[in-house]
Design a protein around this ligand. Structure first.
Ligand code: MRU
Length: 364
């Protein structure tokens, strides 16, 4: 997507062809900073401390982490060690493990001296594949937006609510939940996006709002608790969110608060769609509530908030009493029964074992 006049992906190889460059998302929307990372430790920090975030982008970043390791030490031991190190950085998003598994599966049969070059090549392919998957998700989601628009008066706006940032910044390009929105805008369909602020880290307020503004998509920021009220008043035509892990039976794990939106949507007959590339499906897990590890992050993310001060500094302020403890589960699970459809690169699947199997028959 474009930042100003220039097209950016969220991660790319540096001129030295060994390090990667990433957009450091901790500073958005106030500052656009690019960081160069050339070590596995640096990659681990960038994922764990959320310089990069969003399930697909975490996976691609980890794939490049494996490539950096193979350049330094292409042995079997080093390959296993980098898998271990990076797989622990963020536990919920399955794309991380998917990318690490894929890199190891691809590299293991090769002779060590062939691994570095092959690893950079495969990481670049995974990045390119992500762009293609998201573009296809965009086309499939666009069809849904068109259907909703067709039921409205000509020229009437389609109002879409989204949670967290499942946008370009969470992937390599296009985003998952945002891809249909961008394509609808390009197609001239009037869309307007209600952006949940997404406490505690405010990915909606900071990242999705920035993306929407950058691409000229009409949008309004709302507090997380406003969605139900807007749905009761007929102000939302559909919800589209992303996911960090979707189970084989269609349960959806996504940013904390997603479940409450799904409940409100069900109560108000608002269609609730989840956009996901197939690497986000965890075919080994059936029951999302029982089996998906939910990342517990520092309570500081709840008690302290980053923002820009009146004199232009980026600073953190405390919003709760110094001694108040805070809990910070980062994700929740929306049961499949609350999901209208899963927008994948192959089409829109029912959120059920049968629906996903019909869409991905090779997964048995
Ligand atoms: O904690 P984050 O910011 O990595 O969480 C991101 C989300 O929950 C996204 O909605 C999800 O990864 C889908 S991104 C295409």
């Amino acid at each position: 997507m474009n930042v100003g006049e220039r097209h950016y992906r969220t991660i790319w190889l540096s001129d030295d062809r060994q390090s990667v460059e990433i957009i450091d998302q901790r500073w958005l929307p106030h500052e656009f900073r690019v960081e160069t990372i050339g070590t596995v430790a640096g990659i681990a920090t960038a994922i764990r401390d959320m310089w990069v975030r969003g399930a697909p982008l975490i996976g691609v970043t980890a794939a490049y982490g494996v490539a950096i390791q193979m350049k330094d030490d292409p042995s079997d031991e080093a390959l296993d060690a980098v898998w271990e190190t990076l797989s622990k950085t963020r536990p919920t998003a399955i794309n991380l493990r998917w990318a690490l598994d894929e890199m190891r599966r691809f590299l293991k049969p090769l002779a060590p001296e062939e691994r570095a070059e092959a690893a950079y090549r495969r990481a670049a392919e995974i990045a390119d594949e992500d762009v293609g998957l998201n573009r296809a998700i965009g086309e499939n989601g666009l069809a849904i937006i068109k259907e909703i628009a067709a039921k409205k008066k000509p020229g009437e706006t389609v109002n879409i609510l989204t949670h967290c940032n499942a946008g370009w910044l969470a992937t390599v390009d296009y985003g998952t939940a945002t891809a249909p929105i961008y394509l609808a805008t390009e197609a001239g369909i009037p869309v307007h996006v209600y952006v949940d602020e997404t406490r505690p880290r405010n990915q909606g307020a900071q990242l999705t709002a920035w993306e929407m503004a950058g691409h000229g998509v009409p949008h309004t920021l709302i507090v997380d608790n406003a969605g139900g009220h807007l749905m009761q008043h007929g102000d939302i035509d559909m919800v589209i969110v992303g996911t960090d892990r979707t189970t084989a039976n269609g349960d959806v794990c996504n940013k904390i608060g997603t479940y409450l939106k799904a409940l409100a949507a069900a109560d108000n007959d608002v269609p609730f769609y989840v956009a996901l590339p197939s690497p986000t499906i965890d075919w080994t897990v059936a029951d999302g509530l029982a089996e998906i590890p939910i990342e517990e992050r520092s309570g500081d993310e709840v008690s302290l908030v980053w923002g820009k001060t009146a004199d232009g500094r980026i600073a953190q302020v405390r919003v709760s009493p110094d001694a108040t403890p805070a809990a910070n589960p980062a994700f929740d699970v929306t049961p499949a029964r609350l999901v209208t459809g899963l927008i994948t690169e192959r089409g829109v699947a029912r959120a059920s074992r049968e629906g996903l199997k019909a869409m991905f028959p090779e997964r048995g």
